[in-house]
Write a protein that binds this ligand. Structure first.
Ligand code: MG
Length: 375
């Protein structure tokens, strides 16, 4: 089943399904409520048994659909499902993720917010017999694959690579004047708007540091980040003996999706083949952590790992929206997140999904207030 079939990852998941005839049957498909024409086409082509729309207002004509905000969670535990692809955006993915894991499902997860915000609950949900989580985020898929080369206690550190987005060579002064149009031009990856801006600020990498911490139970001191503009090495694992194992492929999400869908098997490729002699020379650079404060803030968030990652994610999400609306500048995104994290230090750790959502909305409200946009 594919939760969130009309987004960037959802459509690429269907590309993989289409390219592997006879391998998969799409049991269920959901969409948030945008792109209803595309959704209707997908339903027509893949003929899922269940269809759902999260936004009740957007019910399309001519498709029989379940509707409502909990439709994803309701589908996630369906007894007939053996693989749940979660391609939803934002914290809305957390409820269906926990439902799927608690129902003992194998989950291909392409949503980082749910791991960042619900990290502490994942371990418990993953203890359900049958429950399994295979990351689709390209860096985490790479690490997941590289971790097959040794045992957990033999790992020295994880090295996340970052394309650096369009601005990694800019100075802090130049960054102040970046416009939304400029931030939306990513040199390598074609992605949704929010993640493209996150890639430019490096909040995306910050979220991925936190994601790696929870997914691989890795202390933050053992998670490193490196700029690699060509996006051929998707991430690496360094072992205690000094061996560094990298996963390389063309920057195409379909490989990570295919791997998660067919795991533990490897099947004939869907994405283009990598030719190292034809691609640009591979470069690696240090991240300028003074200029891109998002990285340092992510490590700080892990000091209070049950609360501050939620705040980090929520405040960034709200600030990105303000930036896109022209209400704040590019560097104000980082300033707002820093300020809201400061204010929310020491908040009680959430004990339930409801608590998490509450911290999330508090942090968002505070971001609006902080920037004057909430008045
Ligand atoms: Mg990524």
């Amino acid at each position: 089943m594919i939760l969130g079939s009309t987004g960037s990852i959802g459509t690429q998941t269907l590309d993989v399904v289409r390219a592997m005839p006879g391998f998969f049957e799409v049991l269920a498909m959901t969409s948030g409520g945008h792109h209803m024409e595309l959704f209707a086409q997908q339903v027509e082509e893949f003929k899922p048994k269940y269809t759902g729309i999260a936004d009740q207002e957007c019910l399309p004509d001519g498709i029989k659909c379940e509707a409502g905000e909990h439709v994803n969670a309701a589908f996630a535990g369906l007894p007939e499902a053996d693989l749940v692809v979660i391609a939803l955006t934002g914290i809305a993915a957390l409820e269906p993720l926990l439902c799927a894991l608690r129902a003992g499902k194998k989950v291909a997860l392409a949503n980082k917010e749910s791991v960042v915000c619900g990290g502490a609950f994942l371990q418990e949900a993953l203890r359900t017999p049958g429950a399994e989580l295979i990351p689709v985020d390209s860096e985490h898929s790479a690490i997941f694959q590289c971790l097959k080369s040794g045992k957990a206690d033999e790992v020295e550190r994880l090295i996340l690579t970052a394309s650096g987005g369009p601005f990694w060579q800019l100075s802090r002064k130049d960054l102040e004047y970046v416009t939304p149009q400029e931030a939306l031009k990513h040199p390598i990856w074609q992605m949704g708007e929010k993640i493209t801006v996150d890639s430019a600020t490096m909040f995306n990498k910050g979220l991925e540091i936190i994601e790696a911490h929870f997914l691989f139970s890795m202390p933050k001191e053992r998670i490193d980040v490196m700029i690699h503009p060509q996006s051929i090495v998707h991430s690496m694992v360094e072992y205690k003996d000094g061996a560094v194992i990298a996963q390389m492929s063309m920057p195409d999400m379909r490989l990570a999706i295919q791997y998660a869908l067919t795991y533990p098997m490897r099947t004939p490729r869907v994405a283009p083949r990598l030719s190292l002699t034809d691609c640009a020379p591979l470069e690696f650079h240090r991240v300028d952590r003074e200029t891109f404060g998002a990285i340092e803030l992510a490590y700080q968030a892990l000091d209070e790992a049950r609360v501050l990652p939620i705040v980090y994610n929520a405040a960034n999400e709200a600030a990105v929206r303000l930036f896109m609306d022209g209400k704040i500048g590019f560097c104000d995104i980082e300033r707002s997140v820093r300020a809201v994290m400061q204010r929310m230090r020491g908040t009680n750790a959430p004990n339930s999904l409801e608590d998490i959502l509450q911290v999330h909305s508090m942090a968002q409200a505070m971001t609006l207030e902080q920037t004057g946009a909430g008045k």
